[in-house]
Design a protein around this ligand. Structure first.
Ligand code: MN
Length: 477
């Protein structure tokens, strides 16, 4: 996944006009180059920034916006008016721009040189009104964008651009994302359903249904060597309980789990699917509900959600991309069980099996336990407590009238006791602003029980993302 950092870029456009003469435009270009260099040196920007050019005519602007819209490497465009750049010149170009836009409202010079300032200086450093003209046309044309205000060298400005660029990378990913739905929706469940055609029109990703036996066909083609290689990796990475380990009575179940992991991954990779769902009610001749398999595939960056929940699977892949290179972790999650206390009530998050070990705080245990539903063999799973820290729970729901994103700011807190009889990975959450208000808001807004839990992304990034997508975003904090 980290190759994304190299293949994806931001582009920087500077607006001006010919009124000031060639030497002023040269100065504008040099200054812009200096700003772009500073962006590229900042540790807060995960993607490189390419200075496209100083744009001074409607033809140039239109050509440039059209090119960027078709450029696969471009995840977003930063625009800034160093001088005045009459905004009617931008209308046709902006109509063609199909990439997230960040309006950087800055000024090359930081402080006013009180004793030497003259009209030449003012004409060169006039973003204050050049950017107002530009923002006017953006607002009039109802073009969604991120507006970042401040001097370009300030850390807060660099952080905001970097944060927005992660949302842009997520949006870019969603435009090409394919979700494989292995087995349909869990019967009778409402929130995991939705309009897949509307999702593709609005959000860009597509969803294709497959039979679980398509995975079985992949499993039949596996070689003993690749299965053994994966079993060795399990052994090295996790504390495998003795009955599952080589020589243990239930070792065949671990072999089966490894086959399922390899089978699913081959299936996904052959079809170019970066996200998938399963359904415990519809497993075909798969011997166990995929547990460790989907847990490890999530850690590798694939989106996943259980019970046919294609929206959450797509959202998980998107948030994995948004959090690229960070070490907090992002997982499929379900609000499961409450802990009521007078002062501070908490939510225990978990799932039947499928929590991503990217959020594991500690040594991960590889265990086997019966699953009381589904009527299949006991599934192998990874068990652990989650890391502590601030993050979000996000839910993408189809309201019929449109898609809605719900984001609850949360804190993952330490689990105070041992949980010797709970055979699944878990996280204990304090929800903001407080338990009653957060849960009340979530219920009122129609949020799902499935979420994407992330310690690597924040509500601001989800808001920016929804702005790009043109969907509602409700933040509970
Ligand atoms: Mn569920």
């Amino acid at each position: 996944m980290t190759s994304l950092f190299k293949s994806k870029k931001l582009f920087f456009l500077c607006g001006s006009q010919h009124l000031y003469g060639a030497s002023a435009l040269k100065q504008v270009e040099n200054n812009t180059q200096e700003i772009v260099s500073s962006l590229n040196e900042s540790p807060h920007l995960p993607f490189s920034v390419v200075f496209k050019k100083v744009l001074t005519t409607p033809e140039e602007i239109t050509q440039c916006c059209a090119e960027l819209s078709f450029d696969d490497s471009c995840i977003g465009v930063i625009m800034w008016m160093h001088t005045f750049s009459p905004a009617k010149m931008w209308i046709n170009g902006l109509k063609k721009l199909d990439k997230p836009l960040c309006h950087l409202h800055t000024q090359f010079n930081a402080e006013i040189p009180w004793s030497t300032i003259d009209m030449d200086f003012m004409n060169l450093n006039q973003s204050a009104h050049g950017d107002r003209e530009f923002a006017h046309i953006l607002t009039r044309m109802e073009i969604p964008r991120k507006t970042v205000v401040g001097h370009w060298a300030q850390e807060s400005v660099l952080k905001q651009i970097g944060s927005w660029s992660r949302s842009a990378a997520g949006w870019d990913e969603m435009q090409r994302l394919k979700v494989a739905r292995i087995g349909d929706n869990m019967r009778q469940v409402a929130v995991t359903e939705g309009d897949k055609v509307a999702a593709q029109i609005q959000l860009g990703f597509s969803v294709d249904a497959f039979d679980p036996n398509d995975i079985v066909a992949q499993i039949e083609g596996l070689s003993p060597a690749e299965i053994n290689y994966l079993l060795a990796e399990y052994n090295e990475t996790y504390e495998v309980e003795p009955k599952l380990a080589k020589g243990g009575g239930q070792h065949p179940a671990l072999i089966e789990a490894a086959k399922i992991e390899l089978g699913i991954q081959k299936f996904l990779d052959e079809g170019g699917y970066k996200a998938f769902t399963t359904n415990f009610e519809n497993l075909g001749s798969l011997t166990q509900l995929p547990g460790i398999a989907v847990q490890r595939l999530m850690k590798k960056g694939y989106g996943f959600a259980a019970e046919g929940d294609w929206k959450t699977a797509a959202l998980l892949r998107t948030l994995k991309v948004m959090g690229l290179g960070l070490d907090g972790g992002t997982s499929f999650m379900e609000d499961y069980t409450y802990h009521f206390e007078t002062n501070k009530s908490l939510v225990l998050g978990s799932h039947m099996l499928e929590i991503c070990p990217s959020i594991a705080a500690e040594q991960v245990q590889c265990e086997i336990h019966p699953l009381s539903i589904g009527g299949k063999a006991d599934p192998v799973r990874l068990v652990f407590n989650a890391k502590t820290g601030s993050g979000i729970n996000a839910s993408l729901v189809d309201m019929g009238s449109g898609f809605r994103m719900l984001v609850n700011e949360i804190v993952s807190v330490p689990i105070p006791k041992e949980l010797p009889r709970l055979p699944v990975a878990r996280v204990l959450l304090e929800v903001k602003p407080n338990f009653t208000e957060a849960i009340h808001s979530w219920l009122s807004a129609g949020g799902a029980h499935h979420t994407v839990f992330s310690l690597d992304t924040n509500s601001e990034q989800l808001k920016d993302f929804c702005h790009m997508a043109g969907i509602e975003c409700l933040v509970i904090n």
